[in-house]
Design a protein around this ligand. Structure first.
Ligand code: COA
Length: 382
């Protein structure tokens, strides 16, 4: 397999982008990445997108984006794995470059969620329709079940959930691309409008428009384009039962654990080698579960780990320096690539006030549904 590097990244601001269509958003992110990489050609592209059909009535997203980027007739494919679509698009592009089939590949993700469509319904199509949605469950409801169970089993507290949100909003306040780039407090999170008990509005990622892209190529030509290529050291992916009630333990995110183990094995690394990670905090409890499954702390102890400040920018294991999905925003198909954008900025030393000191190895974990799919990437400075 060829070694592969990211040579350029770009994204849009996340938020309610009422004056931009889905193609405007994708093209802006793609042109930012192309400019950053300094490439004059793209051989192929992959676009992560969860559900443009439901949000804006548009399918055939790969061809649409290649057309409006002025790249036709290159091959272009949409990749869908619910909220893990972006991470899976990166993995698909990586495999194409690894295989030797293409050299310079654009991997991106985009979602236009503010369109007048019912976002709660569109998102719920990633859950099990017959066994979950027909009974009235929504994504905040599913993660609320996980949160209650984690609190019961491990003693995780309401305050610890709030601290995840406070930390991510602090990081987001340092990120100009964040949708809700403002600080919050433990009281404000705890006392916000209840969405699905125990999760309040401030435990939830928002509804967002946005796009993110990266340009990847074989390691042996990366230095031609940039002095700071970021190597993709590993990619691991896994699935789990789509319905939450079919799992042995609803506090276990087995797809995250298995995807992480595969990635660590491929990179020849362990959790203690990772300097920072972007994990899929679609709800505060998801960050708690993800950092346990990835081995950054003991199972059941992520609440305490967070309370001690270990997941802050200056902590033992900085998590979601970008602000995460909670503060930066969660345009579902774009999230997995936006996580990689943050890691690249960090490993290049370009993250400004969010910069983690001496960051050399970063990890991203992107997840679909209530954990039915997950993809983990590990990146390193060359
Ligand atoms: N975090 C912080 N602030 C938020 C927010 C969030 N997640 N969502 C909305 N707000 C703010 C709005 O800007 C608005 O502020 P304003 O009054 O100052 O203008 C206020 O809260 C109310 O916004 P509104 O749009 O009426 O909220 P809502 O009740 O319609 O939606 C949620 C809030 C949490 C239900 C919605 O964001 C949601 O469904 N999130 C989860 C998305 C999801 O499931 N993603 C997939 C994960 S698997």
């Amino acid at each position: 397999m060829r070694e592969v590097a990211i040579i350029g990244v770009g994204m849009t601001k996340f938020g309610e982008l009422w004056d931009k269509t889905i193609r405007d958003i994708f093209v802006e992110a793609a042109l930012n990445a192309i400019k950053d990489a300094g490439v004059d050609r793209i051989d192929s592209m992959y676009v992560g997108n969860m559900t443009a059909g439901l949000f804006i009535g548009q399918e055939h997203i790969g061809a649409l984006m290649a057309d409006y980027l002025g790249m036709a007739p290159i091959p272009a494919m949409r990749v869908e794995s619910a909220c893990a679509s972006g991470g899976m698009a990166l993995r698909a592009g990586l495999m194409e470059v690894c295989s030797g089939m293409s050299e310079i590949v654009l991997v991106g993700g985009v979602e236009k969620m503010w369109s007048g469509a019912d976002a709660t319904y569109a998102l719920s199509t990633a859950a099990d329709q017959e066994y979950e949605c027909y009974q009235g469950i929504t994504f905040p409801g599913l993660y609320a079940l996980i949160a209650r169970s984690h609190m019961h089993k491990y003693g995780t507290t309401r305050k610890q959930l709030s601290m995840v949100s406070v930390k991510n909003h602090h990081n987001g306040s340092l990120n100009p691309n964040a949708q809700f780039g403002r600080e919050t407090t433990i009281d404000a999170v705890t006392n916000a409008t209840m969405v699905a008990d125990p999760l309040t509005l401030m435990d939830c990622s928002p509804v967002s428009d946005g796009g993110a892209c990266a340009i990847i190529c074989p390691m042996d030509i990366a230095k031609k384009y940039t002095d700071t290529p970021v190597k993709i050291l590993a990619s691991g992916a896994a699935t789990d039962t789509i319905a939450l009630h079919q799992r042995k333990e609803i506090t276990d995110l087995n797809a995250v654990k298995v995807a992480g183990e595969k990635a660590y094995k491929m990179a020849g690394l362990s959790p203690k080698d990772i300097d920072l990670a972007e994990v899929h905090d679609c709800f505060t409890i998801a960050e708690i579960c993800a950092i346990e499954e990835l081995g950054f702390c003991e199972k059941g102890k992520a609440g305490e780990f967070t309370e001690k400040g270990e997941t802050g920018i200056e902590g033992k294991m900085p998590i979601n320096t970008s602000g995460g999905l909670k503060s930066k925003g969660h345009p579902v198909g774009a999230t997995g690539v936006a996580q990689a954008v943050e890691i690249v900025e960090q490993l290049r030393g370009n993250a400004g006030k969010r910069q983690v000191k001496d960051a050399k190895i970063g990890l991203t974990q992107n997840m679909g549904g209530s954990g039915a799919s997950s993809v983990v990437h590990i990146f390193g400075v060359c």
